[in-house]
Design a protein around this ligand. Structure first.
Ligand code: ATP
Ligand code: MG
Length: 376
């Protein structure tokens, strides 16, 4: 085949199961992640249907389709649940002269109107206690489902939690997710510990644990839960050491008395682990007020992953089974007509670290848009 024939062949080739991205019309950019851009788009054949298109970054790929994207797709194809974002299909631009015969691939999802980071940074969005319970309950429902299917999310954070206009929560961004199984033939797992955004990273990962499991996601879920009240991430470290310090200041000394075996973790002796009193309830009660909420958070932000509550235990907690009961969010969300995404919120101002206090509820720096500075 000569060059021209080859090009013609590529141009005319139709990948089975992979429609052309032309069938969607891009409306706006709504996200920019490490792995590419995300767009809101409309289905041309059904103008009422909106989707989110996540571009697969191919720039550094010499070997074809990136393995990380393949992994994300495989996992998303496996997971089908009310509280997990739904992958509709993969589509691609047509290979042609103008793109040097390299198509761009997109993951196409059902569109969700908001992400939790966007909602929490807007002061006009006010959650009642029943509404907070509904968000947190759906978060644990999603985690219960993915963990039952032997998938770890590994990037829990408010921006990766989507909320539809009907108030249905969807876990999203499975770009770092992986399958797990409990140690085959007695050998410990050796997963990478370079996962999870620093502010949501659990102490076992910060100390170099590679044989970890679902508790890593429950730590992040605890941080997100607290954020429903504080409206900004509760531990904003700017280095791994500082993150461990902030964790110790809130959750108490990291030591073998509360966490048997911690002394065997690779970085236990290399990191500075300050001696501190545990103050989870004491410090969060000013924000959370509800004693059941404080109690559940206290069971999630547990240093020893073996003692941390799992999704099932969390779902059975009295927090979800006492008045006010979890209640529908759609009415409250209906009062907000604009989509709220972290990407569209104004950038945070440079982090001002407060080592000894949590963010204070304040209304300063509220801008006209209603977006609030999320770092206090
Ligand atoms: N289905 C969807 N509906 C609406 N918005 C979405 C959807 N999927 C993703 N987004 C938006 O795009 C953002 C980035 O998407 P995602 O987290 O999947 O990509 P990413 O590149 O892995 O991001 P990052 O590296 O920043 O975590 C999300 O935080 C969310 O605001
Ligand atoms: Mg993300």
């Amino acid at each position: 085949m000569n060059m021209r024939d080859k090009e013609k062949y590529i141009e005319n080739f139709h990948f089975p199961f992979c429609d052309e991205s032309e069938k969607y019309e891009k409306i706006a950019k709504i996200g920019q992640g490490t792995f590419g851009e995300v767009f809101k788009a409309r289905d041309k054949s059904n103008p009422k249907k909106f989707v989110a298109m996540k571009k697969v970054l191919m720039d550094n790929e010499k070997e074809g389709f990136p393995i990380t994207a393949l992994r994300e797709i495989r996992i998303l194809q496996l997971l089908k649940h009310e509280n997990v974002v739904n992958l509709i299909e993969i589509c691609q631009t047509k290979a042609a002269y103008r793109n040097r015969y390299k198509s761009t691939f997109y993951l196409v999802f059902d569109f969700c109107e908001h992400d939790l980071a966007g909602l929490l940074s807007n002061v006009h969005v006010k959650f009642s206690l029943g509404e907070i319970k509904k968000v947190v309950q759906q978060l644990f429902n999603g985690l219960y489902y993915i963990h039952s299917n032997k998938i770890l999310h590994r990037d829990m954070k408010a921006a990766n939690v989507l909320i539809t206009k009907n108030g249905v929560l969807k876990l999203a961004d499975f770009g770092l997710a992986r399958a797990f199984s409990t140690n085959k033939n007695g050998l410990p797992n050796r997963f990478t510990n370079r996962v999870v955004t620093l502010w949501y990273r659990p102490p076992e990962l910060l100390l170099g644990e590679r044989n970890y499991g679902p508790p890593v996601d429950l730590w992040g879920a605890g941080c997100i839960m607290a954020e429903m009240w504080t409206r900004s991430p509760i531990m904003q470290g700017n280095s791994e050491q500082q993150q461990l310090t902030l964790i110790s200041q809130l959750c108490g000394t990291i030591c073998p008395q509360v966490w048997p075996g911690v002394e065997n973790l690779e970085l236990y002796k290399k990191m500075e682990l300050p001696v501190q009193k545990r103050k989870v309830k004491e410090r969060l009660k000013h924000y959370m007020k509800d004693p059941y909420a404080c109690d559940l958070l206290d069971k999630l932000l547990v240093l020893d992953p073996a003692k941390r509550a799992d999704a099932d235990t969390a779902l059975n907690h009295d927090f979800f089974w006492t008045d006010p009961m979890p209640c529908d969010l759609s009415k409250m969300l209906a009062t907000h007509t604009q989509s709220m995404f972290e990407y569209l919120a104004p950038p945070r101002r440079p982090t001002q670290m407060r080592h000894h206090s949590l963010p204070r509820p304040t209304t300063s720096a509220v801008q006209d848009s209603g977006y609030q500075d999320r770092v206090f």
